[in-house]
Design a protein around this ligand. Structure first.
Ligand code: PEP
Ligand code: MG
Length: 586
């Protein structure tokens, strides 16, 4: 290591544990390909709406960057604040924006081309002036235009899967769709300025086993492509140009991690049973088919949550029923008789698929808007295609259907009607489908669903507790927002009481209940989950070993006693202490 190069440590949220040492690949945010095509008169309104949506996305990004700059040193905050204010104005009622809207209509061109044409016209006018101030302003306008175009072309595949082997990706933002493109064969880890620990980008990183740090302020100013970098996803640190001593210390940590992983792998064939002989079923969550080898080698009893969103991300069209069927059939066959719980589409909120959400607009981007089952019921043809694919795949092995983001009983009834209708249509056409029809379950991840668990149980064959969203909606904390990450706490008594209420209802109504939020994969919570009466846990394949180890240490009666005491508490800090004490004893 060159002694003149100084080691820089940037802190953030460690969202996916482990250590990666590699070469920085700064995510290209400069020149971007601008698609250009003509549109019909009838498409003008839709295209203008697309531009309006992209402006809103860009404004939101600027807003988040502005909020972050508040915690920078005052001089830097002031400078960046001015710049971001100017960007915000340009995204409002500026010549750039007005001109782009006008061009869509007058020139009948797509929104990206309209923004590009307008920016060219603006910059041409000033090009002749040899003035450094104006040149700098032109750069700012180009930056804003690029931001809008990036928001417009969000779903276009960006070649993250072609970065050099051994890369560590550094970017301003990594969306779940971006993370879905990463292959652990090439990418060793990543870090980004934006993002919270419980968002899907973080979940994806954990699923892929990629160390990751999000919410790393100042990151983009401190690294260059080609630098050596350490991502410490356990401690939440990005170390740029590490010294020889730091590298050596991290090599020791990496060796220790490998030793632990090897020890846990040996648990694969051991039963998942508590010390007093109670079987606990451990299943896997799957976000991407690339995880399947890990699921099979982890010894999962089933797939407790197949997040079907991956089939819809990073593309502009909707996958056909046949395409979905073949993907699902492969997974079902791979599981060789073990159940696959397929969750219907949970697009919306942070998980966007342009093909589906374009016409919904801003509501699809809101965690409180058209998301999950709401989107499926708004687009019955979409749900019918997906259900048909699941029912057909169910002919090749056991499947269950899981409905996300349910907030009312009526949504379940409507979804069940669609399932029945699709099954009847397929049978009429003599298509082979699951027989009997798969069980239909409900994600309990919205407080209204938890609080009406008895009514939900009357229309559901099983429950799956989505503790990620349940925590978000109960605490009113956006799980993707690093600024409020400290408030996100599944140990808050409000969240625990909702889980307890749901578990008791499932027990009373004799329907199976599992938990598939990130809590399930954290051994710190295992005793509490068991104590609340839940016996089925679904998690990322990497978490299965540590959780099984924990299950085998626990005595159920003791876990129940401690849980009983914890549930009488109101202070989240004390709850955490009582749980950690218990964990350190057994
Ligand atoms: C959850 O909300 O806990 C869950 C499992 O669903 P997702 O993380 O996909 O929203
Ligand atoms: Mg959820």
């Amino acid at each position: 290591m060159n002694a003149a190069i100084k080691e820089i440590i940037i802190t953030g949220l460690g969202v996916s544990p482990g250590i990666a040492v590699g070469r920085v690949h700064v995510r290209e945010t400069g020149s971007i390909a601008v698609p250009e095509y003509a549109i019909k008169a009838s498409e003008v309104e839709d295209e203008q709406q697309r531009l309006a949506d992209a402006l809103r996305i860009s404004q939101r990004q600027i807003g988040r960057l502005k909020a972050k700059s508040g915690s920078m040193p005052p001089a830097a905050a002031e400078e960046i604040g001015f710049l971001l204010d100017a960007y915000e104005q340009m995204l409002g009622d500026s010549r750039l924006v007005r001109g782009a809207f006008h061009r869509i209509e007058s020139e009948r061109i797509n929104a990206e081309a309209a923004v590009q044409a307008e920016i060219n016209a603006i910059t041409e006018g000033f090009a002749a002036l040899d003035d450094t101030y104006i040149a700098a302003r032109m750069d700012d306008i180009r930056e804003v235009a690029d931001r809008i175009i990036r928001a417009l072309t969000k779903s276009h595949v960006r070649p993250l899967n072609t970065v050099p082997k051994g890369s560590v990706i550094i970017s301003e933002e990594m969306t779940p769709a971006d993370a879905a493109q990463l292959t652990p064969k090439r990418v060793l880890g990543f870090a980004a300025v934006l993002g919270g620990a419980q968002g899907h980008t973080a979940i994806m990183a954990r699923a892929l086993g990629l160390p990751a740090v999000l919410g790393a302020q100042g990151l983009m100013h401190q690294v260059r492509s080609g630098d050596t970098v350490i991502i410490d996803g356990t401690q939440g640190r990005v170390i740029v140009n590490p010294s020889t001593a730091t590298l050596a210390a991290y090599e020791i940590k990496q060796a220790e991690d490998r030793r632990i992983i090897g020890r846990l792998a040996r648990l694969r064939r051991q039963p998942s049973v508590t010390r007093d002989g109670i079987d606990i079923s451990l299943s896997c969550n799957v976000e991407l088919p690339i995880e399947m080898p890990g699921v099979l080698s982890a010894g999962a009893v089933s797939i407790g949550l197949l997040r079907s969103e991956f089939m819809f991300m990073n593309r502009e069209d909707i996958p056909s029923e046949d395409e979905q069927f073949h993907i699902l059939k492969d997974i079902v066959e791979n599981m060789d008789g073990r159940t696959v719980t397929v969750r219907t589409l949970d697009i919306g909120g942070e998980k966007l698929a342009q093909s589906l959400t374009q016409d919904i607009g801003e509501s699809a981007q809101s965690a409180l808007g058209v998301r999950g089952i709401r989107l499926s019921l708004k687009k019955p043809e979409l749900m019918e295609g997906q259900i048909a694919a699941i029912l057909r795949a169910g002919a090749f092995g056991p499947v269950r259907i899981l409905l996300p983001m349910v907030s009312t009983v009526r949504e379940v009834i409507r979804a069940r009607d669609i399932i029945k209708r699709v099954a009847a249509r397929l049978k009429r056409k003599k298509v082979t489908i699951a027989d009997p029809l798969p069980p239909v379950g409900v994600m309990i991840e919205v407080p209204s669903a938890a609080l009406t668990a008895d009514a939900m149980a009357a229309v559901s064959d099983f429950f799956a507790v989505g503790s990620n969203d349940l925590t978000m909606y109960t605490m009113a904390v956006d799980r993707t927002d690093e600024q409020v990450a400290e408030l996100y706490n599944p140990l808050h008594p409000s969240v625990l009481r909702l889980i307890q209420f749901t578990a008791e209802s499932a027990l009373r109504n004799r329907i199976p209940i599992s938990i598939c939020g990130e809590m399930a994969g954290d051994p710190r919570f295992t005793a509490l989950i068991l104590g609340l009466g839940i016996r089925e846990l679904s998690m990322s394949a990497h978490a299965l070993g540590p959780v099984k180890q924990r299950v085998r240490e626990i005595e159920m009666a003791a876990a129940q006693n401690r849980t009983h005491f914890i549930m009488s508490q109101t202070d989240p800090g004390r709850i955490a202490m009582l749980l950690d004490d218990f964990n350190s004893l057994v």
